[in-house]
Design a binder for this molecule. Structure first.
Ligand code: MN
Length: 335
């Protein structure tokens, strides 16, 4: 019998929970950061979070007996990690050429993009087949890993909306020559069969991306400065959050870039930006979503990177706790 008050065993499963044959939720780790533009390390996120996950406590303010949630762990793919490392080296060569104004090696770029596309197809196929069993939380990796997951979800649910928490809009058609860049993920997602894309916490955005939002009927962007302004005017988070939820259809997928939060939560994330949300605001948003009768059918948590010098495990410690609570929110809605 699993005792949630006992010492957690490092058994290879997230949170040290037992292995379940019929899980309510699966965690799919996707250790991938090929096209990272500022600093890399998110491919090491899943292993760091797995390591940190065994020392959290199992109480959840959002679910009774949260420890009973049948969470299953897909082993972190060594194959994907090796491929990410290999392609990251090549991408660095390409990015250095770009940054120093040298001509781009088109053959190299083509190779990186072709192999990335194959990888994203693999994530899609894996998610699609896993979805037959239960809902998933996909754990990145950089934000590009959400694509395969969202594509599979959009096929399963004909009225899927995306709730996107991020400091960045990620609407570039490509970035540094990579269509599967972490900075282009929502450009790809918007082209899938989804009802709406609701962005929250955005505070670092290019003029082209802002125009794209203005011209799109599908995208609803709640900029961080507008959220702060409303709060300064005396509007409660409950009221603001209720407005955020309005454009979402019944079935909702959460794409959660941890840099949407204040960088105090995960300071080593790839592209940190000052400002941002508090995690309690995200939890309240998800609680209100549930109360509104909408369903969180899936989620991803991306861009958590461990300290590059392994001086502390703070980012992974935070990531593990967010991951556990996300499993509570998603699991319930699949029943
Ligand atoms: Mn971001």
């Amino acid at each position: 019998m699993f005792d949630p008050s006992d010492v957690a065993v490092k058994n290879g499963n997230f949170f040290g929970v037992p292995s379940y044959k019929n899980p309510e939720i699966q965690i799919l780790s996707v250790p991938w950061d090929v096209t990272t533009s500022y600093r890399d390390g998110t491919s090491r996120g899943p292993a760091a979070i797995l390591q940190a996950s065994t020392q959290l406590d199992f109480h959840s303010p959002f679910r009774k007996n949260a420890w009973e949630t049948k969470i299953s762990t897909h082993p972190i793919s060594k194959n994907w990690l090796a491929k990410s490392k290999k392609l990251r080296k090549l991408a660095k060569v390409h990015i250095q050429k770009l940054e120093s104004g040298k001509p781009v090696d088109q053959k190299l770029l083509k190779k990186i993009n072709a192999e990335s596309a194959t990888f994203h197809q693999e994530v899609y196929e894996f998610t699609k087949s896993s979805l037959k069993k239960s809902a998933l939380v996909t754990l990145g990796g950089d934000h590009s890993v959400s694509y395969g997951s969202i594509k599979a979800y959009a096929e399963k649910y004909s009225d899927l909306s995306i709730l996107h928490i991020d400091a960045h809009a990620d609407l570039r058609e490509d970035y540094e020559g990579f269509p599967h860049s972490h900075a282009s993920i929502m450009n790809l997602v918007e082209q899938l069969s989804i009802k709406s894309l609701v962005q929250v916490g955005i505070r670092d955005i290019s003029p082209d991306e802002a125009t794209r939002i203005d011209n799109s009927s599908k995208i609803h962007c709640f900029f961080d400065w507008d959220l702060k302004r409303k709060a300064h005017d005396g509007k409660s988070w409950k009221e603001i959050a209720t407005d955020i939820l309005k454009p979402l259809s019944k079935n909702v997928y959460l794409s959660f870039d941890v840099d949407g939060l204040d960088p105090k939560f995960c300071p080593n994330t790839g592209t940190p930006v000052m400002g941002g949300l508090d995690i309690s605001q995200v939890y309240t948003l998800l609680e209100l979503l549930e109360k509104s009768g909408k369903k969180l059918v899936g989620a991803d948590l991306v861009e958590v990177a461990p300290d590059p010098k392994n001086l502390n495990d703070w980012d992974a410690n935070v990531g593990a706790r967010i991951l556990f609570q996300l499993c509570q929110f998603v699991k319930n809605s699949t029943k």
